[in-house]
Write a new protein. Sequence first.
Length: 258
Amino acid sequence: MYTVTKYPHGTFSWVDNSSSEPEAAKAFYMALFGWGVTEFPLGGGMTYSIFNLAGHDCAALSGMAPDQLRAGVRSQWNNFVTVDDVDALVDVARAKGGAVIYDPADVFDGGRMLHIQDPTGARLNLWQPYDRIGAEIVNTVGAMSLNELWTPDVARAKDFYHALFSWEYERDGVFTRIYNRGRFNGGMLELDEVEPMWLPHFHVADADAAINRVEALGGAIEIPLQVDPDGARWSVVADPAGALFYVMQLAGAEPWLE
């Protein structure tokens, strides 16, 4: 079991889903991954649904605000990176060509958050934890295993994120591997005809079965099953509200939860 109690600066630590159809999306993920859920009222009729796997927080989902729905904002997974001090990174992000979408703010007693957009257009949340570290379980069946950037300009993205997190990189075919303090921490793909975004990967025991399950639950297949040279099997799929994510059967990973 891959449980976590602390994330170093620069490590992906959490994902949550902003959905135009929160009830349908919530039911979809609970059925697909076997997640439980705990509801946290936010006021104004909004709820933050924290998913759990084997008793550990693993992801979350909330409905979009009315102004987002009116503006036609697409449903999406929001990716979070843990940092030591979010306020210290505001000027760094701007100096490297990024934008601050929302200024640093405390999220109840959970932590302090900064929402940015990198110079290539992808958005990312920076998280300084107080009471909540983020995902308490990762890299196992039903949990987040990787975070990947789709961008039209990998070189510019690499420079930006290195300035923020001191990330290092290694080219692996068309895929750029991200390392944080020497540990594999994510990846980047250079893609010209898609919206720049960060996407989470969720590990599954059987990619073929997961893909079939996605469609049966009302989701859609965006990129059909692919097999990497190392044997990893994956697909890009969408939930019923259109939020994109990967299902990935990791080669050699321990499928401890069936």
